[in-house]
Design a protein around this ligand. Structure first.
Ligand SMILES: NC(=O)c1ccc[n+]([C@@H]2O[C@H](COP(=O)([O-])OP(=O)(O)OC[C@H]3O[C@@H](n4cnc5c(N)ncnc54)[C@H](OP(=O)(O)O)[C@@H]3O)[C@@H](O)[C@H]2O)c1
Length: 325
């Protein structure tokens, strides 16, 4: 099978096509004939040597794919060869065939294009577990999602707007803000010329926002604390502006806030299965109607390096995919 290797891992890495034998699914696993793989920032970090895959995971890049089931490992029930699926992987997605734990796989309904479905798993799992499990978003509460046109943000805004929440979001340009509003954001804040703390206070009648999903960090740590409502929950999934900052924790105490941060990749297949089950029940029924993958660009597999360069420029809206030959 064709796949992508990382050459010269580090700052000046290159992604080059190669070939290897197909992987074999173990007990409880599925072999997927990959239609497309989604790109994630973690792939760029892994290629630079900054984010090693978890123990036991494939060293091949790629944490999400769509495709059809080619083989079932022993003990797998509920799936058949030929089923159209998308899957969250600990690694191995930039490849014509990939192995997934059967509990980390979701069906692709007819209303969703099979290639575009590669952009769903990482964003759906990350948004759901951080906003619902860690953030404990309750009916009627308000939500602020930073990076509303990111791969994660573009899906998260849709999911939680469709569930009836007032979703606010930030983005770095008017073009991105307009896109975020088409995803269902009640208000998209252009952070290059607006202060999201002031906008959030104004939009909530001075109360502040109940749950914040943050991928920015740096000075946003303090500003999120200021923008949060009493009993608010702030969940970080990344610290793109830095993980070291000076913070005044006094308002965390007086507003009874929860500050949390989590990663998805290192969780066990069983823990991911629980998130998968929640998505299947709560999000998948609206897939293709209320919630759609947002795809900026699709590159052929052999242009994986150009795809990484495109992602690093951060101009994209939604997901970037690699299409298999
Ligand atoms: N913890 C986890 O489990 C987990 C899981 C998946 C992803 N992540 C992380 O979550 C982040 C988002 O992932 P993704 O795939 O959605 O990435 P992505 O599509 O590349 O989006 C990154 C977004 O961050 C925004 N951004 C970057 N620097 C910023 C800054 N200084 N201030 C404000 N916004 C900034 C950019 O928006 P603008 O252009 O509008 O600034 C961009 O839309 C990544 O850092 C990724 O590593 C974490």
């Amino acid at each position: 099978m064709k796949l992508i290797h990382v050459q010269n891992a580090g700052r000046d890495y290159r992604l080059v096509p190669g070939t290897e034998p197909r992987p074999v699914p173990g007990p409880g696993q599925l072999l997927i004939k990959v239609a497309a793989a989604g790109l994630n920032n973690a792939d760029l970090l892994q290629a630079r040597g900054l984010y090693p895959p978890p123990p036991g995971a494939s060293p091949i890049l790629g944490m999400e794919v769509s495709g059809t089931i080619a083989e079932l490992g022993t003990g797998v029930t509920g799936w058949d060869r030929g089923d159209k699926v998308c899957a969250l992987l600990p690694g191995g997605g930039y490849s014509e065939y990939a192995v997934a734990d059967s509990g980390n796989v979701l069906p692709v309904p007819d209303a969703v294009d099979l290639i575009q479905a590669a952009g769903l798993p990482e964003a759906a799992f990350t948004a759901w577990t951080n906003i619902m499990d860690t953030g404990r978003l309750a009916p009627g509460e308000t939500l602020l999602i930073h990076g509303g046109t990111s791969g994660i943000g573009s899906l998260a805004v849709q999911i939680f707007a469709a569930r009836g929440h007032r979703v606010f979001t930030t983005a770095g340009s008017d073009k991105k803000c307009q896109a975020a509003q088409t995803f269902g954001a009640a208000r998209a804040i252009n952070y290059s010329r607006e202060d999201f703390v002031a906008v959030m206070k104004d939009a909530t009648g001075g109360k502040g926002v109940d749950v914040i999903l943050d991928m920015v960090g740096g000075d946003y740590v303090q500003r999120n604390i200021e923008a949060a409502a009493i009993w608010g929950r702030i969940v970080n999934i990344a610290y793109q502006k830095g993980s070291k900052t000076e913070v005044n924790f006094a308002p965390v105490l007086t507003k009874r806030l929860t500050l949390a941060a989590t990663t998805l990749r290192g969780r066990s297949p069983e823990q991911k299965r629980t998130i998968r089950d929640a998505l299947l029940q709560e999000v998948w029924p609206g897939l293709g109607t209320k919630v759609r993958p947002v795809i900026d660009r699709t590159f052929p597999l052999e242009q994986a390096h150009q795809a990484h360069e495109f992602m690093a420029k951060t101009g994209h809206i939604g997901k970037i995919l690699l299409r298999m030959p």
